[in-house]
Ligand binder design. Structure first.
Ligand code: AKB
Length: 314
């Protein structure tokens, strides 16, 4: 019997992953945990425990008490917030991972931990970035993801921990808000387009980045965790390509639905982060090992975001 725990269950990925796991495994078999007080969590969110990812004892107790068999450890500071508080980002991102790796070693649970395109750096080949390549990240978030990938592989090689990971592109969804990332513009733009008809973008028009609709990201996460163990050739993190576009290309696609939409651009520290990340990704290995394939190209992504956000606002 599978019993899942999502740590960081109130975050951008956590909210949607929790919902999908509840649908697949049943409400009783899924547990959410996050830093927020229990009294602030909606009644329909299912089982929930307040948890600090830095509190290893509490994490261990939760895993044992609830009979958890798989953990999704999503609690982290993202790239932009991380740059504002590098020491805390390092502490949370690394200790949060090492705590659960230790628990996985002791309890034999299966573990999912998210890496990111931020694990690459300015010396990485920018186009069709391969699975294995130069990785010299320059943000604290990217360094923590790169180090985290190595720790995941280490725990697999040394202790046999069944840990699996994805280098998520920028994630775009309508059910939950992003927080503190460089790719957040690609969510904010939809709300601004619908509510104001214009958007002021903190990245420059030709900044190409790999992105992915949240539905695809959640499906990828679950397909990876459910893939037969013998298929998993990568114990660092799998590349996922998603769909690559620039702010200007995204704005043009939005204009097909809202012809009066206007975009302008301003200078911001996040440009430097975006410039250090790939334009596009090669995910042949994920296709080969666990049959990965995206469902949401740019046109479908934009159509879905606009219609779902309109429904939510009205
Ligand atoms: C961020 O922008 O920090 C994240 C990421 C690319 O991991 N969305």
């Amino acid at each position: 019997m599978r019993k899942a725990l999502v740590i960081g269950s109130r975050g951008q990925i956590g909210i949607e992953l929790l919902e999908m796991l509840q649908y697949k495994l049943g409400m009783d078999n899924v547990w959410g945990a996050d830093i927020h007080e229990t009294s602030t969590i909606p009644n329909n969110a299912g089982n929930y425990s307040q948890l600090n990812a830095l509190d290893k004892e509490a994490m261990h107790q939760l895993v044992v008490e609830k009979g958890i068999t798989e953990v999704y450890q999503l609690a982290a500071l993202l790239s932009a917030t991380g740059e504002k508080n590098p020491m805390y980002a390092w502490k949370l991102n690394m200790e949060g991972l090492l705590n659960i790796l230790e628990i996985a070693k002791e309890t034999k649970i299966k573990l999912f931990w998210p890496s990111s395109i931020a694990a690459f750096g300015p010396t990485t080949p920018l186009d069709e970035t391969p699975q294995r390549t130069i990785m010299e990240p320059t943000s604290v978030y990217g360094i923590s993801k790169q180090a985290g990938e190595r720790w995941c592989e280490y725990y697999f090689l040394k202790y046999g921990v069944d840990v699996r990971s994805i280098r998520y592109p920028g994630l775009i969804g309508y059910k939950s808000a992003p927080g503190g990332g460089t790719t957040d513009y690609a969510v904010d733009i939809f709300y601004a387009a619908i509510e104001k008809g214009s958007y002021s973008c903190f990245l420059q028009p030709n900044t190409a980045l790999p992105m992915m609709m949240m539905d695809d990201a959640i499906r990828a996460t679950i397909e990876l965790i459910e893939a037969p163990i013998e298929n998993i050739q990568i114990r660092g993190a799998y590349n996922l390509a998603g769909v690559s576009f620039t702010p200007a290309q995204l704005a043009n696609e939005i204009k097909k639905h809202i012809p009066t939409f206007e975009i302008s651009y301003y200078d911001d520290f996040r440009q430097q982060l975006a410039d250090s990340w790939p334009n596009s990704i090669d995910d042949t290995q994920a296709q080969k090992d666990w049959n990965w394939k995206i469902n949401f190209p740019l046109e479908t992504l934009v159509k879905t975001m606009l219609s779902e956000i309109k429904k939510r606002i009205s």
